[in-house]
Design a protein around this ligand. Sequence first.
Ligand code: PLP
Length: 444
Amino acid sequence: MMDYGKIMCRRVQDIQPSGIRKYFDLLQGMEGGISLGIGEPDFQTPWHIRDAGIFSLEKGFTKYTPNAGLSDLRGAISRYLKRRFDLEYAAVGQILVTVGGSEGLDLTFRTLLEPGDEVIIPTPSFVCYGPLVSMAHAVPVLVETKEEHEFRLTPEELRRAITPRTKALVLPFPCNPTGGVMGRADLEALADVLRGTDIMVISDEIYAELTYGGRHVSMANLPDMYERTVVVNGFSKAYSMTGWRLGYVCGPKPIISAMTKLHQYGIMSAPTTSQYAAIEALDHGDGDIEAMREEYDGRRRFLVEGFRRLGLSCFEPLGAFYTFPCIKSTGLTSEQFCDRFLAAEKVAVIPGSAFGPGGEGYVRATYAASMHDLGEALERRWLEGQTGRVLPVLFEEEKGGLWQGHAPSYALVRAQGENLHNRLLDVKITGVEGNVLVGVAVDG
Ligand SMILES: Cc1ncc(COP(=O)(O)O)c(C=O)c1O
């Protein structure tokens, strides 16, 4: 018998699977389910971009490209970054085309990190940073961001986390899952802490096009920061191209050159068809970005307002396409909340705890879903029952195991009796006496 536990790499075995996946798996096969779980645009890739990919196939462009990516694509990325974000990166030497932002992040960590180096990661944030840092033999240092700071990283928090072993800071803004953003003044304050150190910034700007307050500012825009910043970006979110698996990394030439060696041996070159489609996206896709962003913005307001109406406090997200309502008032953990919401109403949202420290007590619900689905999810009765907002009159009295009170005829109500400590109970409705509902408390 082979003992695979002994054979496989310990670091890989120690990595926990993403807490997000479970909810997709559970939702699969549930008829009528609504997913506000997956971080993926619900739009199709615009036709002119798809056409460019198809046309490249018709022309027979089916071979490897240069390791760093097609030079026309790197030229298009260079022009785009200047036009949209005032960032200057040379097509030759400063840009590497990757298999999604995901590969870009992995390469950046592996290129920069020595064993034992520390990487500061603000949380709650995207699930990949910690595991990828660990796989690069380095140590993730998780720093909890707070709702009262609008989920930004403060200079004090950064200062406290820095040690002589700190090699890099991840800046995950606009942030998945919180929707938090960091403006120029916020970044300036962090830059003041970083100047005079050797700490590198790994700026994950995959949601840079999806901001709703003002335009995205990159750490690389700030004086002295350009030379210590690696920018990771991609096509998945801005152009709704998740399945094309295309992204890029920009930064100082020696770093990009070292990264290109890893990419060359591990990947060869990013998908060729996707690279041709991406040129079209960058050169002619500004209008698509605006149209999708406007649509997201409307949905964002709708969902935030919906949660607030239901009595859940909801931070106003100004970036990406996620809301991050606080569910502490329900008395449930975020995982219990998500499990029960899915079981009762077939709506998938993701526990905040899946995104690291600071996420407990919150859930992530995306508005990269149709207005119809958002409306349906908000009207699900279980949610109303949790918040008590639509169920103001609850089961008030217990009589011989029977609960009596005024409540709509669905289960899970908040029992507010003296010795119940505001617990949530499943109450099975057994009948109506006059205008009073009668139910039996069900253990659960
Ligand atoms: C913050 C963040 N960074 C990076 C990625 C990776 O995106 P991709 O590899 O599709 O470019 C994601 C995907 O969800 C993300 O949310």
